[in-house]
Design a protein around this ligand. Structure first.
Ligand code: TYD
Ligand code: MG
Length: 455
């Protein structure tokens, strides 16, 4: 057999390279490539030969299939993100920065499932059982029937799980686990991949739902969750801004439900509390309406969320004025500034532009374009938008406004929170608009002329 060839794997995305390079071609991460000695070459490279295999039974798509049964945790926000509860025999990855609250969330989830009558095993590779127990007591979950273990050897863990056959098993974290057949250190690409492989195949064979915790890494010292994303059924990311209390659990892949769904939690002294009405939370600490502040009626997953977008425009001392964005895409801001200048003549040369999505949430919907344009114009013209107005709509490079999906849901949510008027693109399906006053605009020039009296 040929000698195993050394190869180089990216700790972020798992891409394989022939040579070490400073930057991964696959995902663009810097300094994330590590040397890896493969264990075996796999089956030797021969053709299948003349020997016949067994003939498979093929079925057609029309066959009735019962929807997967679901178990509900009772943690409403978690169940929602999972697509209506946890699916048996599924593997789920929960990724997030260290310290964001993954262990807290999963300990609470474990207790909730246990209290709902399911058998739950929580394996911690990072904390001693005493630490986990102490945290559980602090969270008021001391007497739930979760079974704990502190272990990192996957062979021992799987042996225990095969005997125990729990409904749910939580592995905190996948980067601390090691398989004794793989020669590299825990946290390396090959260990993380092999451990995840073993655990997902255990989930399929025994019908246990497995939840893996994965740390997101910036430095590439340990392999990130991207390495296992394709192996699991569901990928959730737990995110939040430092200095803000709330956390967002976001589905980015889900074989059993909608992706892009979010669940909102608040980190309190007593653990994570569910936030049933995120709009009220994000708008809660709204200052008195000021120029540059606009409320955007957005949709996150299947649910409408209102957020405040703030812009500040100030004369610049720099030869290349600043463009700073928090919570939105920087290149999208440049695009909107360019469209404003090209299509309406409102320029931003010599001006610093700051854009902030209040509350610390991150918005990626193109439907925020119009709200951003309004915030920028309002800041530049020093003219406030009426405080009871919400704004949404997508901007095209021609300066025209494009209708966006779910206009009626956006309007209903705004009406529920006491807003009485909305600005939106012409052609949106607004239904009865929740009784709100509507201003439907065809393009940016109309917005600039009618609303700001400029241009
Ligand atoms: P943790 O769940 O350990 O994070 P992760 O597993 O993602 O690394 O969360 C740790 C942080 O959460 C820590 O900084 C303290 C905070 N926290 C609270 O604010 N309240 C609580 O009740 C708990 C348990 C943690
Ligand atoms: Mg942890």
């Amino acid at each position: 057999m040929a000698k195993p060839v050394t190869q180089f794997a990216c700790a972020e995305c798992g891409a394989i390279h022939k040579k070490w390079t400073g930057r991964c071609d696959g995902c663009g991460a810097w300094n994330s490539i590590q040397e890896e000695v493969p264990l075996s070459q796999g089956p030797s490279k021969k053709s299948l030969g003349g020997m016949k295999g067994k003939r498979m039974a093929l079925t057609d798509l029309a066959t009735e299939e019962a929807p997967p049964p679901r178990t509900l945790s009772g943690l409403g926000e978690l169940d929602r993100v999972l697509g209506g509860g946890l699916v048996p025999a599924s593997a789920t990855l929960v990724g997030g920065d260290p310290g964001i609250g993954k262990s807290t969330l999963l300990l609470q989830a474990a207790a909730a499932f246990a209290n709902a009558g399911h058998s739950v095993v929580y394996v911690s590779g990072e904390e001693a059982t005493a630490q986990v127990r102490m945290r559980a007591q602090r969270l008021g979950l001391g007497d739930s029937a979760v079974k704990l273990a502190a272990e990192t050897n996957l062979r021992d863990i799987l042996t225990t799980l095969e005997a125990e056959k729990p409904d749910l098993c939580i592995i905190d974290s996948i980067q601390t686990m090691w398989v004794d057949t793989v020669d590299s250190a825990p946290g390396s690409v090959s260990q993380v991949r092999a451990s995840a492989q073993e655990l997902t195949s255990f989930a399929k064979r025994f019908g246990t739902s497995v939840i893996l915790v994965g740390h997101v890494t910036k430095e590439g010292q340990i392999a990130g969750p991207r390495v296992v994303e394709h192996m699991v059924d569901t990928v959730l990311y737990f995110e939040g801004e430092r200095g803000h209390q709330f956390r967002i659990l976001r589905a980015v892949k889900n074989r059993f439900g909608p992706a892009d769904e979010i669940g909102v939690f608040e980190m309190t002294g007593m653990g994570l509390a569910e936030v049933a009405n995120p709009s009220a939370l994000f708008l809660g600490d709204r200052d008195a309406p000021a120029p540059g502040s606009v409320v955007f009626a957005g949709i996150e997953g299947t649910r409408p969320v209102l957020v405040e977008i703030q812009a500040l425009v100030a004369p610049s001392q720099l030869s290349q004025p600043r463009r700073a964005v928090v919570g939105w895409d920087g290149s999208r801001l440049s695009m909107i500034l360019a469209v404003l200048e090209a299509r309406t003549g409102v320029g931003f040369q010599g001006l610093d532009v700051y854009l902030n999505v209040a509350g610390g949430i991150r918005i990626s919907e193109p439907a925020a374009d119009l709200a951003v344009a309004c915030a920028l114009l309002s800041a530049r013209e020093d003219a406030g938008i009426p405080p009871d107005t919400v704004v949404f709509g997508e901007l095209s490079l021609s300066g025209a406004l494009r209708p966006v999906a779910q206009a009626e849901n956006r309007l209903k949510e705004a009406a529920k929170l006491g807003f009485t008027a909305a600005m939106a693109p012409k052609g949106c399906k607004t239904g009865d608009a929740g009784g709100m006053g509507l201003r439907l605009l065809p393009d940016l020039a109309t917005l600039v002329g009618e609303v700001f009296g400029a241009g």
